[in-house]
Design a binder for this molecule. Structure first.
Ligand SMILES: Nc1nc2c(ncn2[C@@H]2O[C@H](COP(=O)(O)OP(=O)(O)OP(=O)(O)O)[C@@H](O)[C@H]2O)c(=O)[nH]1
Ligand SMILES: [Mg+2]
Length: 243
């Protein structure tokens, strides 16, 4: 039986998080020791209180409360550090709280790590994957951003921005040993760049990505700007870092 830590960063996800927690246990508990770690940044909508309540009648739900909105990337890093030292899982999973990443893909992600991959990406851009109910404009923007990122950074994986990922102990160890500069959404790219340059075995499995169920996006203009700046900076230094 493998121990799995599912890391979920939250900022104002009060209505989504109890549904997601329920889904995860239903789908993954069979045969695994599943732990859910919610990293909440003092959400004004009371997400932390909702998670606390759920954890009172469900085992293995853990809440990490941070005092302010420090970004999704730094939430993942804190979650990985905490889980590594408190749970010692065999597999780490990163996923969004807003039900965009369907839990029924979890067994496939986990299985591939247990079979020896270090990074498994839930991918919208391999055959069988996609985004449900996105306008063609949004699809183009996402695909374009992915393409530019992959070309500039020479990353082979098709969905470089996907946040739905499973990681092995080795991948997490490598990641934590490297001081990533991105605190926000760019974390996904920067971490994938690292895995790819370290030549860790990476697999993409197709997923359908759904529009967030409830609540508002946290993807701000400043997040998009720092994302773009990171890619430019990394593409200029890509031959030097990690050598
Ligand atoms: N702890 C923490 N979580 C965050 C932060 N920013 C975003 N999140 C969470 O990270 C996940 C992804 O954020 P979303 O707002 O869904 O971003 P997105 O999927 O690009 O945008 P949508 O189209 O609105 O879904 C969600 O679970 C958010 O609640 C943050 O600063 N801190
Ligand atoms: Mg989302």
């Amino acid at each position: 039986m493998a121990r799995i830590a599912i890391l979920i960063p939250t900022y104002n996800e009060r209505d989504n998080i109890p549904i997601l927690i329920d889904d995860i246990f239903k789908i993954l508990s069979n045969g695994h020791d599943v732990h859910i770690v919610v990293i909440d940044d003092n959400s004004p909508d009371g997400t932390a209180q909702v998670v606390k309540k759920v954890s009172e009648h469900k085992n293995n739900v853990h809440l990490l409360s941070r005092p302010g909105k420090y970004g999704i990337g730094s939430a993942y890093i804190d979650g990985l550090i905490w889980s590594g030292s408190n749970l010692s899982p065999d597999v780490f999973v990163q996923m969004d709280a807003d039900l965009s990443h369907p839990s029924y893909y979890l067994p496939e992600l986990v299985k591939n790590i247990l079979e020896g991959y270090d990074v498994v990406i839930g991918s919208r851009y391999v055959e069988g994957g996609g985004s449900v109910s996105w306008s063609w404009r949004r699809k183009m923007i996402s695909k374009g951003a992915n393409l530019i990122t992959r070309l500039l950074l020479r990353i082979r994986e098709k969905d470089a921005t996907s946040g739905f990922r499973a990681l092995s102990i080795r991948a997490v160890h490598k990641l934590l040993g490297f001081n990533l500069s991105s605190k926000g959404y760019a974390y996904q790219i920067e971490s994938l760049f690292l895995y790819s340059k370290l030549k860790l075995p990476i697999k993409e499995v197709p997923i359908l990505f759904f529009e967030r169920r409830k609540g508002m996006t946290k993807l701000s203009i400043s997040e998009i700007t720092s994302f773009a700046l990171l890619i430019i900076r990394m593409s200029m230094t890509r031959f030097r870092i990690f050598n």
